[in-house]
Structures are given as C-alpha cells and as structure tokens.
Design a protein around this ligand. Structure first.
Ligand SMILES: CC(C)(COP(=O)(O)OP(=O)(O)OC[C@H]1O[C@@H](n2cnc3c(N)ncnc32)[C@H](O)[C@@H]1OP(=O)(O)O)[C@@H](O)C(=O)NCCC(=O)NCCS
Length: 160
C-alpha cells in the first residue's frame, strides 16, 4: 500500500450541447451525459493517481432535469474515496447560464476508476487525505459504492 496521503483532485469541464448529441426532442442523450461524466471523472482520477486509469464501474445515475441543445453544461469531478488500486470519483453536472451566472444542478454520478500499469494490471494509488466533515461524508458514500461493487462481483461469479 502506498502510504502517501494526497489532497483530493478536482476537475471542471464545460461543453456546449450541439444537435448531434441530442435526441429528436432536442434534449441531450443520456449516453452523452455518461460519456462526459466518464471523461471528466477519468481526468480527476488520472491526476490523482499520476497514472492512466480505466473505468471499473458507474454507479446509478438519475437524470433530474433535461438539458437542451444550446445549453452549456459544466461537470465537476472530485476524488472522494481511495482503496488499494481504485478511486471513487463524484461527478456533478450543472446547466449553467450562457449570459448570466445561473447554475442548475442536473445530475450526479459516482464512478470507480482503477489505476493501471502499461500492462493493464491494477496499480496502487495514493491514499486520499480526508479532513472536513464533507470529506468524511463523501468517503462513507465511496465505501458503500465499493461494497456494492464487491457484492455484484460475487453475484456475477455465482451466476456465470
Ligand atoms: C478494472 C480492472 C482493471 C480490475 O481488474 P481485476 O482483475 O478485477 O483486479 P482486482 O480484482 O485486483 O481489482 C482491482 C481493484 O478494482 C476494483 N474493482 C474491480 N472491479 C470493479 C468494479 N466493477 N467496480 C468497482 N471496483 C472494481 C477492486 O475492488 C480493486 O479495488 P482495490 O484494489 O482498490 O481494493 C479490470 O476488470 C478491467 O480492466 N476492466 C475493464 C476496464 C475497461 O476497459 N473499462 C472501460 C470501459 S469498458
């Protein structure tokens, strides 16, 4: 285990929603939202691990507010939990005003990334430094997400 304690890394990413990313109702595809969450989350995880990462899993994502063509969206990703080789990253997505400072929360996702060697083998990551009450709350969420992933792994092994 790496004993290096490291501050959380946060990454912000913005995008203008264009027609090719929208359905025939003019709202963004859920798959495009997941892709952007994955990309933004991966950048936070890579910068935390100082290595390449792969997406191991995406926890449930609820799309709460529609995003339309012409909207600007902003994604904020933060590493909230670390284990031996994996990191849980929280990604929040907002619709932000084009001509004002309005910011509406749209959805949140928790993604697990695993740091890998050039051979694709899991590689140890630094340990996240947890200081504030919010950090502790987020860490507990990350623990539950890792636990759920472990239960799925056992279930999938039993079913296959
Ligand atoms: C992710 C991957 C590297 C894990 O490999 P593995 O052989 O399961 O390795 P391990 O069992 O040693 O697990 C390594 C870590 O990944 C975590 N992990 C594995 N599968 C996971 C999952 N589905 N969700 C969350 N964490 C997972 C383990 O809990 C472990 O975490 P820890 O070391 O921090 O405790 C491997 O499954 C893989 O390469 N998957 C494909 C990834 C990919 O291509 N993603 C792109 C989208 S398809």
């Amino acid at each position: 285990m790496q004993d290096l304690l490291k501050e959380a890394v946060e990454v912000t990413n913005s995008e203008l929603v264009i027609p090719t990313h929208a359905n025939h109702y003019g709202t963004i595809f859920g798959g495009r939202v997941l892709e952007l969450m994955d990309l933004t989350g991966a950048m936070a995880a890579m910068r935390f691990a100082n290595e390449d990462v792969v997406t191991a899993s995406i926890d449930a994502v609820d799309f709460k507010k529609p995003i339309k063509v012409g909207d600007i969206i902003e994604l904020k990703a933060k590493v909230i939990h670390t284990a031996r080789t994996s990191m849980v990253v929280k990604v929040d997505l907002y619709r932000v005003g084009k001509f004002n400072t309005q910011k509406d929360f749209s959805c949140r996702g928790y993604l697990v990334f695993v740091s890998i060697t050039s051979d694709g083998e899991p590689r140890e990551v630094p340990t996240l430094k947890v200081t504030t009450e919010e950090d502790k709350k987020n860490w507990a969420i990350g623990e539950k997400i890792k636990q759920r992933a472990k239960e799925r792994k056992v279930r999938d092994a039993e079913e296959s």
